[in-house]
Design a binder for this molecule. Structure first.
Ligand code: CO
Length: 228
């Protein structure tokens, strides 16, 4: 029986991934003897990363950390929604069980989800998922207009990160953690897929008392702030 068209190619792709995996595990074990045995007993990451699903923004690689160092949640356009039990469950586990010390919301320039919301593309379910970015577009229309046509997507990419940092801070998970006196900071970062560089958007919040001043300042500077 002839093989299905394209089957061999698919097969080769998967075989390559599995081969890569064996080589990677071997290399790690050579460089760090006992690495996996030690990690199998416990994870103690200090950072929760909330990022975009985009294949060009892999959390561990771009911050140069090994398995075990960052707890990761990714979705299209790094959204933090108060009705998304997936994201909230990750956050709750990270804050209350793992007791991470930092939550980083990381967006990226040229984000397809942000672009879609800006251009009002009709993409089916994704329109619902990206609904709030359309709202940010309206809310911050003056900043986006000032960025100019060329840079409006990147301006909205930054504003989206800042709004998601705001959402993280407003969850009962964070509010309760801070009330307990837990040492926990929330940050907004953005990544340039053009040059591989991360930028801090200067919206770090370490407690509810920081929120007003931080977000008022963040929404009153021209955007994008870090584009080349
Ligand atoms: Co994206």
């Amino acid at each position: 029986m002839p093989a299905m068209p394209g089957f061999d190619e698919r097969d080769r792709t998967l075989a390559r991934l599995l081969e890569n995996n064996r080589a990677w595990a071997e290399r790690i074990n050579t460089e760090h003897p006992g690495f996996f045995e030690k990690l199998a007993r416990q994870q103690a990451p200090e950072v929760l990363w909330i990022g975009c699903s985009d294949s060009r923004v892999p959390a561990n690689e771009i911050i140069g950390v090994m398995p075990g160092e960052v707890f990761v949640h990714r979705n299209v356009a790094n959204q933090v929604m108060h009705v998304d039990f997936n994201c909230l469950a990750v956050m709750q586990y990270a804050v209350e069980a793992l007791r991470v010390r930092h939550i980083i919301v990381c967006g990226h320039y040229g984000c397809g989800g942000v672009k879609a919301a800006l251009r009002r593309h009709e993409l089916g379910l994704l329109d619902n998922w990206l609904f709030s970015i359309g709202e940010f577009r309206r809310k911050h229309s003056a900043i986006i207009a000032a960025a100019g046509k060329e840079a409006e997507t990147d301006a909205l990419c930054e504003l989206n990160v800042i709004e998601q940092v705001h959402n993280v801070c407003n969850t009962s998970i964070l509010q309760q953690a801070w009330r307990r006196g837990q040492d926990l900071a929330v940050h907004g970062w953005i990544y340039g897929i053009n040059d591989g560089h991360l930028h801090d958007l200067a919206v770090t919040v370490t407690g509810p008392e920081d929120m007003d001043e931080t977000f008022t300042a963040a929404f009153s500077v021209p955007r994008p702030a870090h584009r080349r």
